[in-house]
Design a protein around this ligand. Structure first.
Ligand code: F3S
Length: 412
């Protein structure tokens, strides 16, 4: 790999042991994947789940980050240092998580990470532009950056991502190269479908189905209205990286690199074309359907994290209502949106009804510390339905209901 003089100095240890370690990681991975050079990144988004000893090692002697904007991903496993106990998470899990959280937090503060705690960093000011190289973590954030902003990130893991944030560089490979970003599968919706009338869960069902077909291939949706709002796009594309491992999904007319279908395909022929009709949506929804009337123990919303509009909507739905005793309600929200919502008066209604607004991973990835006694979870997110069921090895059943029906299912 061709390194600049500055990068060679970093690699040789002249800039300290932490930067040397990070550079070794980047060069090793880059060489394994045939990268010719490193490219500077414009922003990073890191996950506060590194083993503290590794974090210490990779930041030894480091005094500042290699990139100006480095937001932090949602805290993982539905963990919130202040609310975990009330939420009913297991005490042993809380104790362990708290220790690691405090150790990591000291380092984050010293180096200037932004404590945004969200999987939607673009909602809180981390907004890279078309063609800018970035290193973001979290499958939801990654697919958003690639697909809606046109910024370039791979599906970096915790270690690669931290090394990129510390050095301000990443190997030029995978989705950092234009030729790897073109769509391979074209998806259209049957003309009988009125996209504007699709609900949050209809859109999620489409994304979940397409993810299974696409696996790790690049997708393009053609024919969608170009005035879809961010929340609708969120429900549509987030599940692509859950049932599959799609990292970029062009939407013709919306994605900066897809002003036309031909541009999204890079002039190539698609490997596959699929058309989705209503019966496909119904079939996908039936995967997480309540077969008989049963009490919902826990409602989880905010995966990906809720926008201020969603918080406002939920606060309105909960106005004057109470969550039934013994049931629970969790909603994921970026730290800053929480404070904004509080200023706007949307937090009280939710909290007074008995709900929890937290800035962590609502699909409980990777530890699944859901309180004992919870047997049935309702959500409007296919990601939550998929992961909670899988991580609990099927011991917790999950159903997908619209946001309104989720609220209705646990309130009086
Ligand atoms: Fe966010 Fe976790 Fe869902 S990080 S996108 S809440 S899976």
């Amino acid at each position: 790999m061709n390194l600049t003089q500055e990068e060679q100095d970093m690699l040789s240890g002249k800039r300290g042991p932490g930067i040397q370690k990070c550079m070794e990681i980047l060069v090793k991975v880059g060489e394994a994947f045939g990268a010719k050079r490193l490219v500077p990144i414009r922003s990073a988004h890191t996950m506060p789940k590194e083993p503290p000893t590794l974090l210490e090692e990779m930041t030894e002697g480091v005094t500042s980050l290699g990139v100006n904007i480095c937001t932090q991903h949602a805290l993982m496993s539905a963990f919130d240092p202040e609310k975990a106990e009330e939420m009913g998470l297991h005490p042993v899990f809380i104790e362990n998580e708290l220790k690691d959280y405090q150790k990591r937090d000291e380092i984050y503060k010293r180096l200037g990470f932004y404590p945004t705690n969200t999987c939607m960093p673009m909602l809180v000011g981390n907004v890279p532009l078309k063609d800018q190289h970035i290193s973001w973590i979290g499958s939801g954030a990654q697919i958003f950056a690639n697909s809606l902003l046109g910024a370039r990130t791979n599906r970096d893991g915790v270690v690669m991502n931290l090394a990129a944030a510390i050095t301000g560089r990443t190997p030029e490979m995978g989705l950092h190269l234009k030729e790897n970003r073109y769509a391979q599968i074209v998806v259209t919706l049957d003309t009988e479908i009125d996209v504007n009338s699709l609900s949050d869960i209809d859109l999620g069902a489409i994304g979940y189905m397409v993810g299974k077909i696409a696996k790790n291939r690049n997708v393009v949706f053609d024919g969608l209205p170009n005035d879809m709002d961010l929340d609708h796009l969120k429900y549509l594309i987030a599940p692509l990286s859950t049932s599959g491992s799609v990292a970029i999904c062009h939407i013709v007319g919306i994605t900066p690199e897809a002003s036309s279908l031909d541009e999204a395909l890079g002039g190539n022929k698609p490997e596959e074309s699929i058309c989705i009709n209503y019966s496909d949506i119904v079939k996908e929804l039936s995967l997480f359907k309540l077969q008989e009337k049963k009490d919902i123990d826990l409602v989880i919303l905010g995966c990906p994290h809720a926008s201020i509009e969603e918080l406002k909507f939920v606060s309105g739905l909960l106005y004057g209502k109470q969550i039934i005793t013994g049931r629970r309600f969790w909603m994921g929200v970026p730290s800053q949106q929480y404070y904004l919502a509080r200023k706007m008066g949307h937090v009280e209604g939710i909290e007074q009804a008995g709900g929890y607004l937290i800035s962590s991973c609502m699909a409980t990835v990777p530890d699944n510390p859901i309180p004992e006694g919870v047997k049935l979870v309702a959500t409007n997110s296919f990601k939550v339905a998929h992961y909670v069921k899988a991580l609990s090895k099927g011991n917790i059943k999950t159903v997908v209901l619209t946001l309104k029906d989720c609220i209705k299912s646990i309130t009086v």
